[in-house]
Design a protein around this ligand. Structure first.
Ligand code: 9PG
Length: 785
């Protein structure tokens, strides 16, 4: 199809990837360090409507030049091209990537015709057999096992890796659910091996342990989409959704930077180069400390009252020594209808302001929930401000999905009064009512396809401007938790973001009392869906924002088994992010409360999810920690199956170096010494249960092995001194604690003192000793031989 070109213009030559551009053909290759074509003869294109007629044109015959205001020369080389009919002049800018393996480029288009056009898609990469190329991931070897990591549009959308021979999951709930979780510009393929993604996606070659990330650095201009065919077609298309935004003659539209990153799956954090680049591009806000608190939703749902919040605040205060929570967050249920934020239910006769005061006076952060961009048709707002609602081409309010027993709709934020109203809600909550933590939810509702009052804006631009307005209204010091948030729109503006579907008291989705028909629903609230995304989006934590994994529920009267609650606890506890408990605290028994305590203080370092690229339900976590008695690793394994699983966890699976190790299992408090020839652990794991191991290389001196005080079995240990005769171990936790510690000792001690007083202990193995300890903030254990 192409005449052989004598020489490409090598525009970007990174150590691990080259972008080779052939201006005349308008084609580029992405070439690996080994000289392999990762993507061959990719091209760019524009799709638009003129007089209602669709146009699609590949951009060819590029020559040096720039037709876009704002494309500074320092951002990279630029080239100009023009569509055949002269309607559009396009500028391609190829940026210098600043990591070894990353290349960026973007397109700008200008309407150089006499008529208005509507932008459908700006295609940044289109490659495949149809254009003469193949996607070949290998470093020279044949590709045999691919997977595709897809990232869903917003907080609740599925993220995770599909093996290439599978079909993507799809909701069966249609218009009840899809407007919420699917970007209207991203197709939902129904064929084996065909996948789509939002913002970015990764094609993984699991055999050769490498991958190719394709995506964007931001979503401020358009919601970018990716489609790949990993069946025989081997296609990839990366485009920016123009949303039919109007481009007047003379007007320009630019895309966010597109990016390709060569991913090395043998490294610990293969996606971190891209994640950090995105964070820098967007000025990401990462709070210094994760939020730890209480939230009303998963216990009371909308049936809250001033009294319920107050009772729980009292319980938070009463248990503050053992269970220090610094946030109390009121969720949905105080307002008469979603949309009418200044109108309170009778259960809040004085409104929510007095509660904010009480929470603040107790020394905690008062938090509250709003869904400022979605509108319930039963609200007064819906009837009083019909002009604020986003409408479709038939003039009817758009469908924002089914919630609160209604098909809801969204605001048109390009109507200045509608945006002002959202601003006023937020300003009032912060300045007049005194809340300093806002959970702002259902935000996607302002980015639905519709006929916007300002037709020149893309949905991403409308949304970004909306979220920015909310941030400005709340000020810099308010903690902003985004939820139902198209991911890119929150970058640089939120402090924390929900990264998965809601949890619930069921493992599998349950709707109208039914589980079976909904088992594969990807985003319906349930523990399985919530936990899955916590794991598949762990890599965002601490780089894009603080991840919000959603709440922990530990009470015994949900439909979750004890093992399922342990899995939720494990995953929330090991992946960093915030910790919000959502149980009725006054009713919680000590045993269950302890399941929250063992996560405190929270470990803000997040575990690595080892098998994120292999399957939609990753099962393996590894968290490396360091302390006064040396480094240790916390490993976890989750049984996603509905049957008990016989597992054999090995050093190799987790990348633990050769050696003999002390291994302690947290949930059943067992300790074993494993030699380098043995598996680390062999056991039978109940359905949906998890194994949590602390793994320490065996030494010849006394050693800290285990505890039931903290999930990490080690964060409680503050210092460790051994002089050959006396061992002194200090424990410090910023809370009251009690439990058992287990140590490997050279022999039977002469004396064990805890805070200076003699203490009985147990000899539980050949040289393992178990000592009960308790303390308020601090405890000193000294052992004499
Ligand atoms: C309050 C809740 C909680 C929760 C949020 C969000 O698909 N749905 O019908 C649906 C309903 C509720 C929902 C998500 C989806 O939950 O994630 O934490 O704040 O709103 O209404």
């Amino acid at each position: 199809m192409y005449a052989a070109s004598p020489k490409p213009v090598i525009s970007v030559n990174q150590p691990r990837i080259r972008f080779e551009f052939y201006p005349n053909q308008g084609a580029f290759d992405l070439v690996s360090r080994e000289g392999q074509n990762l993507v061959q003869r990719a091209n760019t294109a524009v799709q638009w409507f003129q007089d209602g007629k669709p146009h699609h044109e590949r951009l060819i015959n590029w020559r040096p030049g720039c037709g876009i205001d704002g494309f500074g020369q320092q951002s990279g080389e630029t080239y100009l091209s023009r569509t055949a009919g002269g309607e559009i002049e396009a500028t391609l800018q190829i940026g210098a990537g600043d990591t070894e393996s990353l290349v960026t480029w973007r397109l700008g288009i200008r309407n150089t015709g006499k008529q208005t056009i509507k932008v459908d898609r700006i295609v940044l990469l289109q490659a495949g057999q149809t254009v003469g190329g193949i996607l070949s991931m290998a470093t020279g070897k044949l590709v045999s096992k691919l997977s595709f990591y897809t990232n869903g549009w917003q907080s609740w959308s599925f993220a995770g890796a599909y093996p290439a021979d599978r079909k993507a999951m799809r909701s069966k709930l249609g218009i009840l659910q899809e407007p919420m979780i699917i970007n209207a510009g991203t197709p939902q393929p129904d064929q084996l091996g065909v996948f789509t993604s939002d913002f970015f996606g990764v094609i993984n070659d699991l055999e050769n342990r490498c991958g190719l990330l394709l995506g964007f650095l931001s979503q401020r201009e358009q919601y970018g989409s990716l489609q790949v065919k990993l069946n025989l077609d081997r296609e990839a298309v990366l485009w920016a959704n123009g949303d039919q935004a109007v481009l007047q003659p003379g007007a320009q539209m630019v895309t966010d930077w597109a990016v390709v990153d060569w991913v090395d799956l043998t490294t610990d954090e293969p996606l971190s180069g891209y994640m950090k680049r995105v964070a820098a591009e967007n000025g990401a806000r990462v709070p210094r400390q994760a939020m730890v608190g209480w939230c009303s939703w998963y216990q009371f749902y909308t049936k809250i009252s001033e009294e319920i919040i107050q009772r729980n605040l009292e319980a938070v205060k009463a248990s503050e020594k053992r269970l220090p929570l610094n946030l109390v967050q009121i969720d949905d249920g105080f307002e008469t209808e979603v949309g009418d934020w200044f109108s309170m239910k009778p259960e809040f006769p004085r409104g929510v302001k007095p509660l904010a005061g009480m929470i603040r006076e107790s020394g905690r952060v008062p938090g509250i929930w709003f869904a400022p961009f979605i509108v319930n048709p039963r609200s007064r707002l819906y009837h009083e401000h019909p002009d604020w609602l986003l409408r479709n081409s038939k003039g009817r309010p758009v469908n924002a999905g089914f919630c609160w027993n209604a098909l809801d709709t969204g605001l048109d934020l390009t109507v200045p009064a509608a945006l002002d109203y959202s601003r006023e809600v937020i300003r009032t909550a912060v300045e007049d009512w005194g809340f300093s933590f806002l959970k702002l939810d259902f935000l996607y509702a302002a980015a639905l396809p519709g006929v916007y009052h300002d037709p020149t804006r893309t949905r991403a631009q409308v949304m970004y401007q909306g979220i920015k307005a909310l941030r400005e209204a709340m000020g810099d010091d308010t903690f902003f938790l985004g939820c139902g948030m198209p991911l890119g729109s929150g970058l640089g503006l939120v402090d924390s973001n929900r990264i998965g579907p809601d949890v619930s008291g069921d493992w599998y989705p349950r709707l109208y009392g039914l589980s079976k028909p909904f088992k594969n629903e990807p985003s319906v609230p349930c523990a399985r869906n919530s936990i899955r995304n916590i794991l598949t989006r762990t890599m965002l934590h601490g780089i894009w924002w603080a991840n919000d994994p959603d709440c922990l529920m530990v009470r015994p009267d949900t439909h979750l088994s004890l093992e399922e609650v342990q899995t939720l606890t494990t995953v929330i506890g090991l992946t960093g992010g915030s910790l919000l408990v959502s149980d009725d605290l006054p009713a919680l028994d000590e045993k269950r409360k302890r399941m929250v305590e063992i996560l405190l203080p929270v470990c803000d370092k997040s575990a690595r999810v080892i098998d994120w690229a292999e399957q939609p339900t990753p099962a393996m976590l590894r968290l490396d920690l360091d302390g006064d008695n040396g480094p240790w690793s916390v490993l976890a394994w989750i049984n996603w199956s509905d049957e008990p699983a016989k597992v054999r966890l090995t050093r190799q699976q987790y990348g633990i170096p050769e050696g003999d190790y002390w291994v302690s299992s947290f949930w059943d408090q067992k300790i074993q010494l494993r030699t380098s020839r043995e598996a680390l652990w062999e056991t039978i794991v109940a359905p949906h249960a998890s194994v949590v191991l602390s793994v320490r290389k065996k030494k010849d001196t006394p050693q800290y092995l285990a505890s039931d005080i903290h999930l990490t079995q080690g964060m409680e240990l503050a210092s460790w001194k051994w002089d050959g005769h006396v061992l002194q171990a200090d424990f410090a936790l910023k809370r009251q604690f009690d439990g058992f510690i287990s140590l490997a000792l050279p022999g039977v001690p002469d004396q064990v003192l805890v805070n200076g007083a003699p203490q009985d202990y147990e000899h539980i193995g050949h040289n393992i000793f178990r000592i009960p300890i308790r303390g308020d903030q601090k405890t000193i254990v000294s052992i004499r031989f």
